[in-house]
Design a protein around this ligand. Sequence first.
Ligand SMILES: Cc1cc2nc3c(=O)[nH]c(=O)nc-3n(C[C@H](O)[C@H](O)[C@H](O)COP(=O)(O)O)c2cc1C
Length: 204
Amino acid sequence: MDAETVLTTTRSVRRKLDFDREVPQDVLDACLRIAQQAPAAGAMAAQFRWLLVRDADTKAAIAAHSRETAEAAWEKYGHLVEARALASAQHLVRNLDRVPVLAIPCMIGRPPSDAFSQSAYFGSAYPAIWSFQLALRARGLGSSICGYHLQDHEADVARLLGIPDDVMQISLLAVAYTTQRDFRPAARPALEDITYLERWGSPL
Ligand SMILES: Cc1cc2nc3c(=O)[nH]c(=O)nc-3n(C[C@H](O)[C@H](O)[C@H](O)COP(=O)(O)O)c2cc1C
């Protein structure tokens, strides 16, 4: 798969995850090594960690926490979400315990409060997360970020996994082989509507 195809067809896969196909560790290792090549801001690179969860009971406990938060949110705000996207998110959360691997990217140290440091903090995690997702896609796997538990249950999941208090779970990714190979570029706003030249609001 060429780079442009990988970059434009790596979707958040929720309905097409193969819950029954084992994900070998060496395949994950290859993707995580690629993710290590992502940019990070100076010392932040040394603060980043991955925690992989395969154990069925542990996944079930994380899934229960995710479900609790997500179901409450959907009850309140579900009507604001497009029906198809909602059904897709619900499918994943309601089956999260069946996903072969849950990958939790973490940062040692809690998020800073100023804009410069925040930018460095989160900006040192998401390039690695995205590279990981791209590398998975190139190998026939898919993933979706699924961070609902962070809202009310980050501490519960931290306790479950032995994550120290000063470590932030940046998110959680569901990882599995996909049941189809072909994904398409998604609809996005027109480039002219989101890109300005020289001054805010000034068209290209
Ligand atoms: C920071 C971040 C957090 C996200 N959190 C969730 C989430 O909690 N649940 C979910 O279903 N998708 C989540 N997503 C995936 C987005 O919903 C998805 O990227 C978006 O709908 C566009 O779809 P696509 O990735 O297939 O292009 C998240 C994505 C990002 C970048």
